[in-house]
Write a protein that binds this ligand. Structure first.
Ligand code: CO8
Length: 258
């Protein structure tokens, strides 16, 4: 598929999605969401891509859902828009490859929600995060009221959402919203480096670990451990496990094929 609002490129085993509406600070409208939906399908099926990096062109990661498009929506249209975004973000969250968000600027509203649906967030020092929706007379609509408290706890999430406060990268790191803060304009490079490190590991193991964490966190500890046991056992059904352990015994670097 040809994309107009984002680009898809590849660096080795890393698939790179860059949302490309810089004049509107990469605001998410229906077209962007549909392209994101399609690009994720493409990446999920592409056996050459092991890890995905998601970023935004220009000075913003994503400054939110498109206010222009939402302004005159009826409640029914707003629900459909919220459901579209939520479905695409869920696809991103559960896609069978790790996704790293490289956030160099604004990640606000739907942009913060998009970053939170990724597995890992790397922020440049000048990155800004927040859920300013209450200032627009709406609640977050792409999962912010659900993912933010799961990541930073209900007290901090309520404060951020109720006040609409915008926080910097260091504060986002302090509360556990981002994994790493790097110097300005280096988040993309740092994300690629981390992606390549992940791509050098056994990919069945990486994917099973992602599924175990995502599925387990939504259940109790016994259910979660049962999910882990199953996915752990499945690792023994492919050659990566044999290669990884044989390489250890033979004191050489593993050469994973999957
Ligand atoms: N939607 C549409 N256009 C936007 C958005 C946006 N979210 N953000 C920025 N833009 C546009 C601006 O209108 C402007 O366009 P133009 O040049 O044509 O005037 C251009 O991008 C550049 O923006 P600014 O001139 O404002 O740039 P500044 O550097 O001065 O300010 C800010 C940057 C602080 C990021 C500012 O643009 C801003 O506050 N943006 C809005 C942030 C926001 O409120 N985001 C939340 C949106 S709501 C949301 O995401 C809800 C998600 C769930 C939806 C569920 C649907 C029902």
């Amino acid at each position: 598929m040809e994309f107009k609002n984002l680009s898809l490129t590849q660096d080795g085993r890393v698939g790179i999605i860059a949302i490309n509406r810089p004049k509107a600070l990469n605001a998410l409208n229906t077209k962007v969401l549909l392209e994101l939906d399609a690009v994720l399908d493409e990446l999920e099926k592409n056996p050459e891509v092991y890890v995905i990096v998601l970023t935004g062109e220009g000075k913003a990661f994503v400054a939110g859902a498109d206010i222009e498009e939402m302004k005159d929506m009826t409640p029914d249209e707003a629900r459909k828009f919220a459901e579209l975004g939520s479905r695409v973000f869920k696809k991103l969250e559960i896609i069978n490859k790790p996704v790293i968000a490289a956030v160099n600027g604004y990640a606000l509203g739907g942009g913060c929600e998009l970053a939170m649906a990724c597995d890992i967030i790397i922020a440049g020092e000048q990155a800004k995060f927040g859920q300013p929706e209450t200032g627009l007379g709406i609640t977050p609509g792409f999962g912010g009221t659900q993912r933010l408290p799961r990541i930073v706890g209900t007290k901090r999430a309520k404060e951020i959402i109720f006040t609409g406060e915008i926080i910097g990268a260091e504060e986002a790191y302090r509360i556990g919203l981002v994994n790493k803060v790097v110097p300005p304009n280096t988040s993309f490079q740092a994300a690629i480096e981390m992606a390549k490190k992940i791509a050098s590991k056994g990919q069945i193991a990486v994917r099973n670990a992602k599924a175990a964490i995502n599925r387990g966190i939504e259940t109790d500890i016994d259910g979660g451990v049962a999910i882990e046991n199953q996915l752990f056992a499945l690792c023994f059904a492919n050659t990566d496990q044999k290669e990884g352990m044989t390489a250890f015994i033979e004191k050489r670097k593993a050469d994973f094929k999957n």
